[in-house]
Design a protein around this ligand. Structure first.
Ligand code: G
Ligand code: G
Ligand code: MN
Ligand code: NA
Length: 254
């Protein structure tokens, strides 16, 4: 209950921030996209994990407001970085929750955010999870179509952990698959897992989907992902989520 009230206050006082984690091309070692990750440093308790504060925000009905605020913050930040970058474009991938996406005002809010921040739609990707598809009432397919019609890309996060991963990429318009880190963790130990990861990467190539391997923590995992031809890699080995100041340093801008 204390945290519930604190979240309302945190929203009023703008205590929520974003960290950014680069998503690399494992062959060139360069990155052209970052994932935005919400952070809350509670004035007394210190860092509260996003899974905790997002679910409380959900309970008390402020997830649309909080999610909108974070989306706007990410777009504004990355638009500002792009204005300082020469010969290079940086995209941003933002996690969105089911209730945020399903909210009737979402598309208008998104359009307003893109227009206010000036971020080109093609530089924005929304990360959704398979729970979005559990309430299959036809609205989701239309929503994804409309997003992509505006030029915003859609990534399926934590791919492979849900109920019917293949049905989702068969039936919905998706641009990117993020292979869940549980597969990356197991793939060097189990041939079967390695075969599944290889199959997802091949499927991505066939269907012209972008594929990101998540949770790369060791050189061996990186080497294997590269060998399999996975076009994108993300994980603590390459870079941890970092505050905007540090990411700016990495981009050699101020
Ligand atoms: O950063 P960390 O690993 O603690 O994130 C935990 C979870 O919180 C992840 O599943 C991530 O997708 C989710 N998350 C992080 N930032 C955001 C955000 O801005 N919006 C939403 N809806 N979820 C987020
Ligand atoms: O559910 P989602 O994929 O959005 O979760 C993203 C979370 O994964 C972030 O909170 C980030 O801190 C975490 N993360 C990023 N790279 C790694 C990694 O290499 N290992 C682990 N264990 N977590 C990671
Ligand atoms: Mn994510
Ligand atoms: Na994920």
């Amino acid at each position: 209950l204390a945290l519930q009230n604190d979240i309302r206050q945190a929203l009023a006082e703008d205590q929520f921030t974003l960290h950014y984690q680069p998503i690399y091309d494992p062959t060139t070692g360069r990155f052209d996209e970052v994932e935005a990750l919400a952070r809350w440093c509670h004035p007394q308790r210190g860092d509260v994990p996003p899974a905790v504060f997002m679910s409380i925000a959900e309970e008390i009905g402020v997830v649309v407001e909080l999610g909108g605020r974070l989306l706007e913050l990410a777009c504004a930040q990355v638009a500002a970085w792009n204005a300082q970058l020469d010969n290079r474009e940086l995209g941003v991938s933002v996690n969105v929750s089911v209730s945020q996406l399903r909210h009737h005002g979402f598309l208008d809010r998104l359009a307003s955010i893109l227009s206010v921040t000036g971020l080109p739609a093609r530089l924005l990707q929304l990360e959704i999870t398979e729970t979005l598809f559990l309430q299959n009432d036809g609205r989701v397919a239309e929503l994804l179509m409309r997003l992509r019609a505006r030029g915003v890309r859609v990534a399926l996060d934590d791919f492979g952990t849900g109920y019917s991963a293949l049905a989702y990429i068969d039936q919905y318009e998706i641009d990117t698959i993020k292979i869940d880190r549980s597969f990356v963790l197991r793939m060097l130990r189990y041939d079967r897992t390695l075969a599944i990861v290889r199959a997802i990467i091949d499927l991505g190539r066939t269907l012209s989907l972008q594929i990101t391997a998540e949770g790369i923590e060791t050189e061996d995992q990186l080497a294997r992902i590269r060998e399999l031809g996975c076009p994108r890699a993300q994980g603590f080995l390459l870079a941890r989520p970092m505050p905007p100041e540090r990411l700016a340093e990495l981009l050699s801008i101020d």
